[in-house]
Design a protein around this ligand. Structure first.
Ligand SMILES: [Mg+2]
Length: 295
């Protein structure tokens, strides 16, 4: 595919012609890139909120508190309440309260995850004899001592189950670098115990979208999930039965799209995120598509 050809590019774009009752967005590459909002993000989110349509922002990253994402969006010019942010700190906490109330958890995670469990009153222990759930996560303090506790809980006492916040193998950094993510922690535990991880609550597991919308009266199948990655954001939408929108401002490009099986393809493909607003309404709002990169 000649993705550089503008005519060819336009032929692959597909915009929604209706509004949805809830909008869920990935953050990096979708709403912002580094320290700047992407074109159209501010006016789209502002207009959706003005219409009373709920908006949620998703991240798989459990090494930050939702407050930190809310602060960042607010700092970039998009004032955002913390309740609109749903990362795997939020989804894991909700999942435990819903699916494992009262069960004793051994978390392998960074302080934001542990703090959320504490606030939610989730019982935690490092005693393998009383651990019901080993919760693997992106843990910068992962070491042999923690691995031994998980091993004893899962393999020796044979009572605990293994779950994880999200599936990511590594966390990408600027300049093409990265850092080992939760998959490395899960693999270490699985390798020595033979126990398989049963569940995760990050993209693209459909549980992420259900848990993200848990405080709204909106079924995932009615929502639209927008992101810059086919393998996580769009896959999440498809797995959850939601509408999926790919925005070409981040990771995935038209070549990736061409290589995607029809059942994993997005319903919508957008050049800019504000094209989620139907064209008829954009015209009413005076959003000029030819204007140079408004925010
Ligand atoms: Mg992204």
């Amino acid at each position: 595919m000649r993705s550089e050809d503008p005519t060819d590019r336009a032929a692959h774009l597909r915009e929604p012609d209706r509004l949805y009752p809830a909008y869920v967005f990935d953050l990096d590459g979708t709403i912002y890139l580094g320290e700047g909002l992407l074109p159209g993000a501010e006016r789209l989110i502002t207009e959706l909120r003005r219409r009373g349509i709920p908006v949620r922002f998703l991240s798989n990253n459990p090494t930050k508190d939702p407050e930190q994402y809310a602060e960042k969006l607010t700092r970039l010019g998009l004032p955002t309440p913390v309740g609109d942010i749903v990362n795997t700190v939020v989804t894991m906490t909700r999942w435990l309260l819903e699916h494992a109330p009262g069960q004793v958890v051994f978390p392998l995670g960074d302080p934001p995850l542990i703090r959320a469990f504490e606030r939610a009153g989730i019982p935690m222990s490092e005693d393998p004899a009383e651990i019901d759930l080993v919760v693997a996560s992106y843990d910068h303090g992962f070491d042999y001592r923690k691995l031994q506790i998980a091993f004893d809980a899962l393999w020796f006492h044979r009572r605990a189950r293994l779950i994880a916040t999200h599936p990511d193998r590594f966390c990408p950094f600027p300049g093409g670098r990265g850092e080992p993510d939760v998959a490395a922690v899960v693999a270490a535990i699985e390798a020595c115990t033979g126990v398989r991880c049963e569940q995760h609550v990050g993209k693209p597991d459909p549980a992420m979208l259900s848990l993200a919308l848990a405080d709204l009266d909106v079924d995932p199948a009615e929502a639209v999930m927008t992101g810059d990655r086919l393998a996580t954001d769009v896959r999440l939408a498809r797995n959850a039965g939601a509408a999926g929108a790919l925005v070409l401002t981040g990771d995935s490009d038209l070549d990736d799209l061409a290589a995607t099986a029809p059942e994993h393809a997005p319903h919508y493909v957008l050049d800019r995120i504000d094209q989620l607003m139907p064209r008829r309404l954009r015209e009413e709002l005076g959003w000029d598509d030819d204007a140079p990169s408004p925010t």
